[in-house]
Write a protein that binds this ligand. Structure first.
Ligand code: FAD
Ligand code: NAD
Length: 153
């Protein structure tokens, strides 16, 4: 099957946008991801799907922990930056929770330890057990639909 057809179909599923972050040794790394889902309430689990070509894959595997920052509609540039779509390297000021970096100003931050990792084709599904959560009271989400950013509020 043609990959473009697959991506066009998957693009019809509107999602929010997150930045996954981790700290591996003393290196902080971030990556934009929309393949994020809540999995279980007891225990509290979430999942992210990370491509094997992404630097993030080895970083999470090694660190055994990661955080998910759910972006607001004011953070489109942050999403583009952590997707490698803005080429100049920037100095990012992360917030910190329990020794995990997160994107400040996000709608929510979810701090996890890797509970299970399942290779699936050219990605690995990292299931995270939630260790801590921060929720911002106000703000609207950044959305992604048909390969484009959009606002839903
Ligand atoms: P890199 O490409 O090396 O890093 C990304 C960018 O972040 C670079 O510009 C880098 O300089 C910068 N950066 C990273 N850490 C820091 C730091 N500490 N300080 C300053 N700058 C830093 N891919 C998936 O695997 N799964 C998904 O679910 C997914 N969803 C996506 C959703 C959207 C809307 C978009 C646009 C892309 C998505 N991607 C997804 C693709 C993914 O974001 C890119 O392929 C990304 O470039 C891969 O990241 P990487 O770990 O290889 O890091
Ligand atoms: P697009 O048209 O490529 O994306 C539409 C949808 O297709 C995405 O929401 C996702 O569900 C799916 N998709 C795209 N690439 C995929 C991949 N490599 N593996 C699994 N599913 C994928 O949108 P775009 O604006 O051209 O995307 C920008 C870049 O970000 C592209 O290079 C794309 O491959 C990448 N991306 C990767 C993923 C992912 O790995 N899960 C998700 C979204 C975007």
């Amino acid at each position: 099957m043609d990959s473009r057809l697959f991506r066009n179909a998957m693009g019809k599923f509107a999602t929010g946008v997150t930045v996954i972050t981790t700290k591996c040794d003393d290196d902080v790394h971030g990556m934009t991801a929309n393949a994020f889902m809540s999995v279980s309430l007891d225990p509290k689990l979430v999942v992210v799907s990370v491509g094997h070509n992404a630097t993030m894959h080895e970083k999470i595997k090694k660190a055994g922990r990661f955080a998910v920052s759910i972006l607001s509609d004011e953070q489109e540039e942050m999403s583009m930056y952590f997707a490698g779509q803005i080429k100049d390297k920037r100095e990012i000021e992360f917030d910190w929770f329990n020794d995990l970096p997160v994107i400040s100003g996000s709608l929510a931050n979810v701090m996890c330890r890797v509970y299970e990792a399942h290779p699936a084709g050219d990605h690995t599904l990292y299931i995270g057990e939630v260790e801590d959560i921060f929720v911002k009271e106000e703000g609207a989400p950044l959305a992604f639909f048909e390969g484009k950013y959009c606002n839903i509020s």
